[in-house]
Design a protein around this ligand. Structure first.
Ligand code: SF4
Ligand code: SF4
Length: 382
């Protein structure tokens, strides 16, 4: 195969792909830059073509701009078993996984991102122990299996302060760690933080993120999931998870106002705003997360990174469990199952919060930053 001739700028591409992840990504992208067959598929290839020379920060930026939709793998004449072994979706999945550990703090935790399942399981187990201990120390443990009804029923199982204070601390911790990740990622991949305050780019990237625009494929026909053939199913399921999460967040925020500002304790009636938002969000997350697990299980392993896939499974499983226990809590709150469901639900939500800066949930932040940068670059392009 004679893609690059001796003496051309691409001469070094005649050697085999390097082992180092970033060098391997740059090597593959240089093949793409010479080929350019996939430039209509997504924002990644035009962004790559805007660069005369690719650097390590460029690789982190481009990998987070990638939505893993995979047509570039199935169309590629240099994909395995070709000796060039170009596999952009798989390489970018590995780079994204490294992004979460590279930019997250504290550094001591970052090694755990590769084993996100263990981190999630450990935090969920510790949270279960914590709430179990709270119940044992503050009330009669047998009360977990009793019927509690009316306003303040949850607090009869777990004191409000034991739910509220750890939740606030964990949320603050997650927000601080994510903000530090934002500053570090932007500083390295783009430059001065002031560039981030570009209203047009922020709004445009917001629209890209809210519609998951780049998961719809180059010709608006969807992702190549679960196999070689375009489908909108992954895009739709991802939208359900994303908007379900936003609705659940809105429900929690309204509940906070009811409880702490208006002085009305939970649980709330079925036709109240927290329950209606929470129910729509919970159903969206259950359908979306369960569907994404199924799609992933059926998907072609060749363009995927198996460690990233394990991270995705564990995140989706905990998200699904948090939503399922939330909906069960709503349906069974007048029964003896309420106490144990409340404890399990809180433990799952805590596991999501604590691992947010280091796990799959963080992809939203880095992808949004990459979308902002893409908007700025596309606008500045002559
Ligand atoms: S993925 Fe393959 S076909 Fe697509 S631009 Fe790169 S080298 Fe060319
Ligand atoms: S997987 Fe999709 S988003 Fe990623 S580089 Fe390929 S075509 Fe672009």
């Amino acid at each position: 195969m004679a893609l690059f001739s001796a003496g051309s700028p691409g001469k070094r591409l005649q050697s085999m792909p390097p082992d180092d992840l970033v060098e391997k990504a740059i090597w593959q992208l240089e093949v793409c830059n010479a080929c350019r067959y996939c430039e209509g598929y997504c924002a990644v290839f035009p962004a790559m073509e805007r660069r005369q020379r690719l650097t390590e920060p460029d690789v982190y930026y481009l990998a987070n701009l990638c939505h893993d939709c995979r047509p570039c793998y199935y169309a590629c004449m240099y994909a395995p078993p070709h000796e060039f072994a170009v596999n952009i979706p798989q390489t970018f999945s590995e780079v994204r996984r490294r992004t979460y550990s590279r930019y997250a703090l504290p550094g001591g935790f970052t090694g755990l991102t590769g084993t996100n399942f263990r981190l999630l399981a450990m935090v969920a187990a510790l949270s279960l122990l914590f709430f179990g201990a709270v119940v044992a120390l503050t009330s009669d443990p047998a009360g977990i299996f009793s019927v509690h009804d009316g306003p303040g029923a949850f607090e009869e199982v777990i004191p409000y302060a034991a739910m509220f204070l750890p939740a606030v601390l964990m949320a603050l911790y997650a927000v601080v760690a994510i903000v530090i990740g934002v500053v570090r990622f932007w500083g390295e991949t783009r430059g001065p933080l002031r560039d981030l305050f570009d209203l047009r780019a922020l709004v445009g990237a917001g629209a890209d993120a809210l519609t998951v625009r780049f998961m719809q494929g180059g010709e608006d026909n969807g992702c190549y999931y679960p196999g070689e053939g375009a489908s909108k199913s992954r895009w739709l399921l991802h939208l359900l998870v994303f908007w379900g999460f936003i609705f659940a967040f809105i429900a929690t925020s309204i509940a906070f106002v009811y409880q702490d500002i208006l002085g009305t304790p939970a649980p709330y009636p079925i036709l109240s705003l927290p329950v209606m938002f929470g129910s729509v969000g919970g159903i969206g997350m259950i359908v979306g997360a369960t569907g994404l697990v199924y799609l992933k299980w059926r998907s072609d392993p060749a363009p995927s990174d198996q460690v990233s896939a394990a991270m995705d499974y564990s995140f989706l499983a905990v998200l699904d469990l948090a939503a399922i226990t939330g909906m069960l809590l709503l349906g069974l709150r007048g029964t003896p199952a309420m106490g144990s469901l409340l404890i399990i639900h809180l433990a799952m939500v805590f596991a999501l919060f604590v691992t947010a800066p280091y796990g799959k949930l963080a992809h939203f932040v880095y992808r949004y930053l990459a979308l902002v940068q893409n908007r700025i670059e596309a606008r500045q392009q002559p």
